[in-house]
Design a protein around this ligand. Structure first.
Ligand code: 5GP
Ligand code: 5GP
Length: 259
């Protein structure tokens, strides 16, 4: 009798597990050490836009973003490595539908590409960030809603664009700014050293890091600054001139994209 009850309980448990979200915890990925909030500079990223599509915020004409936007909130290890795709949790946009206005504004995709999801499919930029990084943010986050909401909140609290602007570093297609001055402006404002990533002499990303309770801390990669890993001593913070003419015409989605 006892064994029949055990069998019944096992069947009920398995049925529940497979009916809802499939959670395959990857036990080989240990708990992360800290968060990096990775911010992208549209002026640099959008320069790579050759064709437009409706999901690409670089294609919003005069409404294209002019501030750093969110790339992702990434759990990292202190040794410079990071976990990814920690368990299977397929992205569901409806779980974050109430955050859509903020996400479209501050965490837009700056690309027409569809990133791959952890299980090999194609999805949205948000889906990619949730599945690749968000699923590794346990025990701080266990669900999409809190991951996206908290990321928006810390982004708004630590306004890197404003800090740089107040220090005299405004978007410009003619100026070059000292990398050291940009880093010092952020150090003075937040009392931490960020990580800066450049592409062809222009600021591409700035990462600011946090303990698990969201108190700011240095990023591990910030030490590379002194060796100027990817940035020259003087960097640009380009303005983005939206595409015009033919390129601005929205690309018709292919049959596959429209599905
Ligand atoms: P890239 O090779 O362009 O620097 O980075 C490619 C991707 O790797 C990023 O978009 C991000 O998903 C991941 N990545 C790069 N650097 C880091 C990092 O320092 N921490 C984490 N968690 N992911 C990173
Ligand atoms: P990661 O470098 O984070 O591993 O991959 C980013 C993926 O998302 C790439 O496939 C890229 O084409 C796509 N993507 C879509 N929108 C954006 C965006 O705004 N920024 C970046 N960095 N990648 C984006």
């Amino acid at each position: 009798m006892a064994s029949r009850i055990c069998l019944l309980l096992l069947v009920v448990f398995l049925a529940g597990a497979f009916a809802g979200d499939v959670i395959e915890v990857n036990k080989s990925q240990r708990e992360f050490d800290y968060f990096a909030l990775s911010l992208q500079w549209p002026g640099t990223y959008c320069r790579g836009t050759r064709h437009c599509c409706s999901k690409n915020a670089c294609c919003r004409g005069s409404d294209a973003p002019t501030q750093f936007t969110i790339h992702g909130l990434w759990p990292d290890y202190n040794d410079g490595s990071w976990p990814s795709c920690c368990y299977r949790s397929d992205f569901k946009e409806k779980e974050i539908s109430t955050l859509m206005d903020g996400l479209e504004k501050y965490w837009p995709s700056l690309s027409c590409g569809s990133p791959s999801s952890c299980n090999g499919g194609k999805g949205s930029f948000w889906g990619h960030e949730w599945e690749k990084h968000g699923t590794c943010s346990s025990p701080v986050f266990h669900d999409e809603y809190n991951y996206f909401l908290t990321t928006l909140n810390i982004y708004l609290k630590y306004n890197v664009t404003d800090v740089l602007y107040q220090a005299g570093y405004a978007a410009s297609n003619s100026e070059k700014y000292p990398l050291g001055g940009i880093v010092t402006a952020i150090q003075n404002a937040f009392h931490i050293t960020p990580e800066v990533v450049c592409k062809k002499g222009a600021i591409d990303e700035i990462r600011i890091c946090f303990y698990k309770d969201f108190k700011p801390r240095d990023c591990v990669g910030s030490k590379e600054l002194t060796s100027r890993k990817s940035c020259p001593q003087y960097v640009s913070l380009p303005e983005y001139t939206p595409l015009d003419g033919e390129a601005m015409v929205l690309k018709m989605p292919t049959e596959r994209e429209a599905l």
